[in-house]
Design a protein around this ligand. Structure first.
Ligand code: 26Q
Length: 807
């Protein structure tokens, strides 16, 4: 293709002066928002600034798109039901290098840029780790110049908002789109019809699917700009529109409800994100959402491919499709359907093409979270795909005669999405070394034997732009002052901090940076919760979804044991602690909700105990989200990563804490194993059973009873809870919970209690020795380079996608 030099030339100069930006902001305030500076609100100013910043993303974005076309680069398509983005304004501003210019410009308008930044609602289109990983990957792909599209759903309501009422979680709908969302461009011309249900008809010897329900998927594009604005990719989110506004024929027949069906389906499809990341529930609407995303994405991918190529056999040379867990695993059968039914390719060839394009990332081993669909539901919603799935399964059975009879995609009248995704992918990956091992050994042992080399590891990472540069200005400043700039896109360079760790002057500034963050957090806690906490206390933080395997219960039980000890010796030389919790429970997860209530009840008692005062506080701000994480992590002294070994696939919060100079107290689980390896045993508080020991211990049906009987502190704690010390108005509130710890302790809270209690004692000893602690904390930052998502994406690019940077 002929390159047009004029088109490649940027018309905006990124080295903006405040005056140029000021003029743009004022122009947007006036002509886009229609407001006069004299009576503009914070919202108006935020919109004006956002549009002015967005203008500057559009050019690298167009340039990237043009280059990808002109140079015919292979593209990556990341299919995910979740993108947990958080706020965009500050991230975009920093990646464009405009933070100082923007702050100065706003100051001249009499606005504090921080107020504008915090006025933006989080885009919370995800539950937790999996969704946030997708967002970090989008940023890293843009930074690395990897031509890529993210495909997801433009949920009208993201993850619910959480409030506490009497300590209990109450959910309210989230409505991030109530205000104008300035970061997206609607693309009504990019629209596809998505079918559901109906039947298969044979026409001219070929089988065709005639759906009985249809909706239109309409694209909304958000540019994702990488570090220093060198490249930008597209996050394309689909919203649902009815195919026909209204079925007049049905209406005229008097069938008024049926007449509105197309609208009803469209209105419900993209309405809300499923808030349960723990148990799949086989709901028809969820399956429809999954197919909606996947079919729209694949139609778009094929349309784009055919714009510049004609031979679909070459698809894998130009297209890599990554499935973020099994949620888009219908991509296998759908791609085969499009290639065979719509493009006339034979089944075997279509299967080969599809598999060469597809990769599958597994994020969980928990059996209750593995997606399985009743063949009844699956065959009803997607009848053609049911046929194709059966065909894939019998092809695989024939191609691999050694396959045991109990292995397969369709078993016991269920479609197993893990097996489907595995068989339809050329690479399957776990998300940490330990997890990938377990994917081989316990999740897909037979398929692994039949396809050695297909399962690989890709240890997760996080973007250091958002999680260090942006979230922790004081520490980022110190790093740049110490080793110069450039570490943001080359995080291994943090190793250059190591020699400075021995320098008392460096440690003093490191300490001051952490303290600055802690003071800010203490002020926020006071304002939000009315509780005073001392910035000199040790800030001990566990933030993540509430789940039994993550063991927030272990944390709060140990908090009680600690409180009990301090009370018995209030004059003792205790390290003051603030135990901070954050996280939401799935609305239907009763046990998780009970744990939330217990933490809040315990906080009520401890925070009002004059005997312990500043020595111990329990803080649980409601509605934990990405923005709250950005506030909490930089102010943390200790990172709680205490899951039952073998259960946490990777964890990514653990990496963010490490980068921000908070040592980990944790088990040998997920990426903790690799964190320990990088940082060294002296700088990590390791405790607890290993994954193998967990499996062994469970064989003893009395494991928890024995552990409790051997531990006086744990007995005391359980006794206090059972007596109603934390629920005086309802003393037996936690009888069920205490009973479960004694008799049904599947996640081995009791078995690991003493080891955890002892490790917390070690933390106190280490913290008292200021120099030891500061060295430890600084070494955590210095050795965190491996956990940049740039490293992860480089590895996906070479090991799975076979795609090169376009930069
Ligand atoms: C499935 C079916 C129906 C409805 C919802 C779901 C569903 C949704 C979300 C199932 C699972 C999830 C999310 C899983 C998740 O976040 N897993 C985490 O992924 C992280 C990134 O790899 C890991 O670091 C965490 O260890 C893992 O728990």
């Amino acid at each position: 293709m002929e390159r047009n030099a004029l088109l490649d030339k940027p018309v905006t100069d990124l080295s903006l002066t405040p005056n140029v930006l000021k003029a743009d902001i004022l122009r947007h305030l006036t002509f886009t928002i229609g407001k006069d500076a004299a009576n503009a609100s914070v919202y108006d100013w935020r919109m004006a600034l956002s549009f002015a910043i967005r203008d500057r993303i559009v050019e690298p974005w167009f340039a990237s798109t043009r280059r990808t076309w002109a140079e015919d680069h292979k593209r990556v398509y990341y299919l995910s039901m979740e993108f947990l983005i958080g706020r965009i304004l500050e991230d975009a501003t920093i990646n464009l290098g405009l933070q100082d210019v923007a702050a100065a410009a706003m100051a001249e308008f009499g606005q504090d840029i921080q107020d504008l930044i915090e006025d933006e609602p989080d885009a919370a289109l995800g539950n937790g780790g999996l969704g946030r990983l997708a967002a970090c990957f989008m940023e890293s792909m843009a930074t690395l110049g990897c031509p890529a599209y993210g495909y997801g759903i433009r949920y009208e309501h993201g993850l619910f908002r959480q409030r506490f009422e009497g300590g209990r979680q109450v959910e309210t709908p989230e409505d991030w789109l109530k205000q104008t969302h300035p970061w997206e461009f609607a693309r009504p011309e990019a629209a596809y019809t998505i079918g559901f249900k109906g039947q298969i008809e044979t026409r001219a010897g070929a089988e065709v699917w005639v759906p009985s329900e249809t909706v239109i998927a309409e694209a909304h594009d958000t540019p994702v700009v990488g570090w220093q604005g060198k490249w930008a990719n597209t996050l394309r989110l689909w919203s649902a529109k009815p195919t026909t506004q209204f079925d007049l024929e049905r209406f005229n027949r008097g069938d008024y409800t049926a007449a509105a069906e197309p609208e009803t389906l469209a209105r419900t499809l993209a309405r809300v994100l499923y808030p349960d990341d723990t148990t799949y529930q086989g709901k028809e609407l969820r399956l429809k959402q999954e197919f909606f995303l996947t079919s729209a994405a694949l139609q778009d991918i094929i349309r784009r491919f055919l714009t510049s190529h004609s031979d679909l056999k070459l698809l894998p040379k130009h297209v890599a499709i990554q499935m973020n867990d099994t949620h888009p695993a219908i991509a296998g059968p759908e791609l085969i359907r499009l290639l065979t039914d719509d493009h006339g390719i034979g089944f075997d060839e279509a299967l080969t093409i599809a598999r060469a394009c597809l990769g599958y990332t597994n994020h969980t081993l928990l059996p209750e979270a593995l997606e399985r669909w009743a063949t009844f539901t699956f065959g009803n919603v997607l009848p053609r795909h049911m046929q194709i799935v059966e065909r894939i399964d019998s092809w695989h059975r024939r191609a691999y005669p050694n396959r045991p009879h109990y292995v397969g995609i369709v078993k016991h009248q269920e479609v197993r999405m893990g097996e489907l995704a595995f068989i339809m992918s050329h690479k399957v990956n776990g998300v940490s070394a330990l997890h990938s091992d377990l994917v081989k050994k316990s999740l897909f042992p037979e398929l692994h034997r039949l396809h050695p080399g297909r399962i690989i590891n890709q240890t997760n990472g996080v973007t250091p732009r958002r999680w260090l540069k942006m979230a922790n200005r004081p520490l980022a400043g110190l790093i740049t002052d110490t080793i110069g700039s450039g570490w943001e896109a080359d995080l291994d360079r943090l190793r250059e901090l190591e020699p400075h760790v021995e320098d008392a002057g460096f440690r003093k500034v490191f300490d001051a940076a952490k303290r600055e963050n802690k003071v800010e957090l203490a002020n926020w806690v006071k304002a939000e919760l009315g509780v005073s906490v001392s910035p000199d206390a040790l800030f001990d933080v566990q933030i993540k979804r509430i789940h039994e395997y993550k063991r927030q219960l272990l944390n709060i039980l140990e908090t009680i044991a600690h409180w009990h000890k301090v009370r018995s010796d209030p004059k003792g030389n205790w390290v003051p602690r603030v135990r901070i919790f954050g996280g939401k429970a799935a609305p239907g997860y009763a046990v998780a909700k009970e744990i939330i209530r217990l933490i809040n009840d315990v906080g009520q008692v401890i925070n009002n105990d004059p005997q312990t005062g500043d020595l111990l506080k329990v803080i649980y701000p409601a509605n934990y989200n990405v923005s709250m994480a950005e506030r909490l992590i930089p102010a943390s002294d200790l990172s709680e990563q205490i899951s039952t070994a073998g259960k946490e696939a990777s964890g990514t919060g653990n990496m963010k804490f490490m980068m921000n100079g908070a040592p980990t107290i944790g088990t040998l689980d997920g990426a903790n194993v690799e964190i320990l390896h990088e940082v060294g045993a002296d700088n990590f508080f390791l405790f607890g059973l290993t994954a193998d020991e967990v499996a062994l211990r469970r064989e003893d049906p009395d494991h928890s009873k024995k552990a409790i009987e051997a531990s006086q502190p744990l007995q005391d704690v359980l006794q206090m809870i059972a007596e109603g010390r934390f629920s005086p108005d309802e003393p037996d509130r936690y009888h069920g919970l205490v009973h479960r710890v004694w008799h049904h302790d599947y996640f081995l809270v009791a078995a690991d209690f003493d080891a955890y209690h002892a490790a917390q004692g070690e933390v106190d000893r280490a913290y008292r020795d200021r120099d030891r602690w500061l060295k430890m904390a600084a070494l955590n930052t210095a050795r965190s380079g491996f956990f940049s998502s740039d490293r992860t994406i480089r590895s996906y690019m070479s090991e799975i996608w076979s795609v090169k940077s376009a930069l």
